[in-house]
Design a binder for this molecule. Structure first.
Ligand code: PLP
Length: 465
């Protein structure tokens, strides 16, 4: 048990005081930003207390802030930057093409679109692809396609699953007193409440139950093979297989949201490691090579509903900046690189992930603090480059769903989400929701810095101030 850990208020106050002393220029920048930007940021996930540091440069595993710290970064562009920040292979192609008068002429077909789509389709085992600009849009369009194809309305998702802020999936994301049975945002259509069903991740019996009750009305089951926002928890092989079988049995579509997992565990969708094929797959993050690019890839008969000639047609136009030339340049360079070097990149990332997880757990253990990492893998998926440090109340906890990691009765959520973040930043380590994503650029020196930071943090945690 973590009885040795005192309450965190006093500790947080001490950490905030030290953070403000260490990041003074960011403090005044944040004050200025708040006058025009809501909360001083452009995305809620970039905000933390007391205020976020401001970045002026980024290279590989590191970012440099306006107070001159060189910070080991595990946020890595919302987990998009698998090669690290600003990798040469992307930078060079963008600079070269811009200098040749190519890159900002968005809105015209170019050969690269079909080359990119071909590579993505092949890596994803899909027949057709349409591109857009954000993971949110990709999942929204995928759900629209499933509803149109099945002529049904219900969307089934998992508790804690995040598919972007689209009203079509904005239920059961964050945990509240009622658990996950609520719409997460104001301002969405009234139907959001009744048209989205939420099931516990990795709970095969609950999944069977919900399909038995609503199956004939379910348009799609959408989930991430490794739930990101809930702490990088992988689907069990059984859950994945059951999801595939039940969707088929009831005539619903299986949508795998691979916005995080796509090209993260292998060069393509992680579903191929599970041995399943989704009807539709959404990609984002990594496939853009650091630029805004996302895609829906899937069955031809479903995707054809997007066509101008389809009736009724799913209006999936992707937007003004769909397939933006610079995003495509970056995306193509990225996925071609990952495909060509799959055999070296992914095992190296997984081995590094394992060293990171084991090292972090050992450091806390040596100080007598019960801390564990997610991301070790399970029966179906080996550990990779994603991890979350969590603080279980009891050492027997084996988290498999958001309910396990987000319930304060089971884990010290404030310690993971707030205290750890600031505590590690005092040692120039930037984690997101308990850790985040390794890139190919992180090296053993970076890992050593994380271990030292965790050690200092554990000491301070025990001191309680
Ligand atoms: C699994 C998943 N799906 C969809 C999204 C939405 O993607 P975007 O932020 O690019 O709109 C995210 C974003 O974090 C995500 O993690």
């Amino acid at each position: 048990m973590n009885d040795a850990i005192p309450k965190h208020e006093r500790l947080l106050q001490g950490l905030f005081r030290d953070y403000e002393a260490r990041y003074p220029t960011s403090k005044s920048a944040h004050e200025r930003a708040k006058k025009v930007l809501i909360d001083g940021v452009s995305h809620g996930a970039r905000l933390f207390k007391p205020y976020p540091f401001r970045v002026i440069a980024a290279q590989g595993a590191h970012v440099t802030d306006i107070d001159g710290h060189r910070i080991v970064d595990f946020w890595q562009g919302h987990y998009a930057n698998i090669l690290g920040h600003n990798p040469a292979i992307i930078r060079e192609v963008l600079v070269r093409e811009l200098e040749h008068g190519f890159g900002l002429q968005t809105g015209l077909p170019e050969e690269r679109q079909s080359e990119f789509a071909q590579a993505l389709a092949q890596a994803a085992g899909a027949e057709r692809v349409r591109l857009t600009t954000a993971g949110t849009l990709a999942t929204m369009y995928a759900i629209m396609l499933a509803r149109a194809f099945t002529k049904r309305h219900l969307v089934l998702k998992v508790a804690g699953g995040w598919h972007g802020a689209s009203p079509l999936a904005l239920k059961g994301v964050g945990r509240r007193a009622d658990g996950y049975d609520h719409v997460d945002s104001a301002g969405v259509p009234a139907t959001t409440e009744e048209e989205i069903l939420v099931v516990r991740f990795n709970d095969v019996e609950a999944l069977k139950h919900i399909f038995a009750r609503y199956g004939e009305r379910i348009a799609c089951f959408i989930f991430e093979p490794c739930v990101g926002a809930a702490g990088f928890l992988p689907a069990s092989g059984d859950f994945m297989r059951t999801a595939r079988e039940l969707t088929r049995q009831y005539g619903a579509l299986l949508i795998l949201d691979e916005v995080i997992t796509g090209f993260r565990f292998c060069a393509g969708g992680v579903q191929k490691l599970y041995g399943v094929q989704a009807d539709l797959t959404t990609f984002g993050k990594i496939i853009g090579g650091g630029m805004p690019l996302s895609a829906v890839a899937g069955r031809a008969d479903v995707m054809e509903l997007v066509s101008e000639s389809a009736t009724p047609r799913v209006w999936f136009n992707g937007g003004t900046f769909s397939a933006h030339p610079l995003a495509l340049l970056a995306g193509q360079a990225m996925i071609e690189h990952l495909i060509a070097h799959e055999a070296e990149i992914y095992p190296a990332l997984a081995a590094k992930g394992q060293r990171l997880r084991e090292g972090v757990e050992a450091v806390f253990k040596a100080r007598g603090v019960l801390a564990r990492c997610t991301g070790h893998g399970n029966d179906a998926l080996q550990g990779g480059s994603l991890a979350t440090i969590y603080f279980p109340r009891d050492e027997t906890l084996q988290p498999t769903s958001a309910e396990d990691l987000q319930d304060p009765a089971l884990c010290d959520v404030i310690l993971r989400e707030q205290v750890l973040k600031v505590g590690l930043l005092l040692h120039d380590v930037n984690v997101a929701h308990g850790l985040g994503a390794l890139s190919a650029s992180h090296d053993d020196e970076d890992l050593a810095q994380v271990f030292q930071a965790c050690d200092a943090f554990a000491t301070r945690l025990l001191a309680g101030k």
